[in-house]
Ligand binder design. Structure first.
Ligand code: PEP
Ligand code: MN
Length: 338
């Protein structure tokens, strides 16, 4: 249940409402937005009297919230959240956040070279996996700690925030010291223990949608992180599994509209893993921004044909530059900027 305060309410009125809610046995979350202040009830609401709360001075409206996610719910937090990645980069405002880089960190020349190239083209953060979730145990598993060190070198050359995937809590302390954004991969979207652990940090979390997760399951995973006290969650739509096999996954752009309506959290789209085909990345990246995405996550490789992971879906730095040129033109049409 949420209580929406009237414009111009007084502090005493708000405190009276909070006391009434607490007396009903719930904790109160206060969300002070630009336009509205909302008091959200957390916990068992059976002791709350909706009619009585609605009569209290300063109260505009009392609404029941049927969705199981609360902290991720736009009803509790009407304004868009803007997540700070550090190093002057934010996700969720007017400016689109483009995160780009190779699927996996392979070498110093590769990682730093690609990071510099995508930065020149307009990317604001770099990606690169050091710990890779691979379907086959025989496939390249990532360079681990050495990969993290190579990301740090690329950061020294570019100043961009590092986005990289955490697969196990064993690496959490290393990540807390070295990376700017922790990616939780699609395969770990419902690793609730991992979600709780990253929820106890303040690091921005890029939470990918699970392979066949519903929008509600995805938002519940975000709720796990938020509920531990970390408000810095960015959602990432990366395609879901359907009957279609032409593409690696099916990019669900309607989910971007859904989560923007249901939640205040920013959403970025990863057309690379969604399509699995490099030639589709530009078209779907533009479509994602037209649909309202707050940013993009794009795989870029200097030599896709010889990439150790996901070469088929990786665009070259030159193709990325062309994409960014088109994105600039489109951004203007949809009230965004690059
Ligand atoms: C990745 O970003 O390289 C990755 C493995 O993504 P996902 O978890 O979406 O498959
Ligand atoms: Mn990949």
């Amino acid at each position: 249940m949420v209580v929406v305060m009237k414009p111009g309410f007084t502090l005493e009125q708000m405190e009276q409402v909070m006391r009434a809610m607490q007396a009903g046995g719930v904790r109160v979350m206060v969300s002070q937005g630009a336009q509205t202040t909302i008091l959200g009830a957390e916990g068992d609401i059976s002791g709350l009297d909706q009619g009585l709360l609605g009569q209290l001075p300063g109260v505009e409206q009392v609404m029941r919230v049927s969705e199981p996610y609360k902290k991720a719910n736009r009803k509790f937090h009407p304004d868009d959240s803007v997540i700070d990645l550090g190093r002057g980069v934010q996700v969720g405002g007017r400016k689109l956040a483009v995160i780009a880089g190779p699927c996996s960190v392979e070498s110093r020349a590769q990682m730093t070279g690609v990071a510099q190239a995508v930065q020149r083209a307009g990317a604001v953060a770099m990606r690169g996996g050091a710990y890779k979730p691979r379907t086959s145990p025989y496939a390249f598993q990532g360079k681990g700690e050495e990969g993290i060190a190579l990301l740090q070198e690329a950061q020294r050359a570019t100043g961009m925030p590092i986005v990289t995937e955490l697969m196990s809590a064993d690496q959490l302390s290393l990540f807390l010291e070295t990376v700017d954004v922790i990616q939780i991969g699609a395969r770990n979207m419902q690793n609730f223990d991992l979600l709780k652990k990253v929820g106890r940090t303040r690091k921005p979390i890029l939470l990918k949608r699970g392979l066949s997760a519903t929008v509600e399951e995805w938002l519940m995973s975000a709720e796990y992180v938020l509920n531990e006290g970390n408000p810095n969650v960015i959602l990432c739509e990366r395609g879901i599994r359907t009957f279609e096999t032409y593409t690696r996954n099916t990019l669900d752009l309607s989910a971007v509209l859904a989560v923007k309506r249901l939640s205040h959290l920013p959403v970025v789209v990863d057309p690379s893993h969604a399509c699995g085909r490099a030639w589709m990345v530009e078209g779907m990246a533009l479509a994602a921004v037209a649909a309202g995405a707050d940013g993009l996550l794009i795989e870029v490789h200097n030599d896709p044909a010889n990439a150790l992971c996901d070469g088929a879906q990786s665009v070259t730095p030159q193709q990325f530059e062309v994409l960014m040129g088109k994105l600039r033109a489109l951004a203007d049409c949809v009230g965004r900027e690059v």
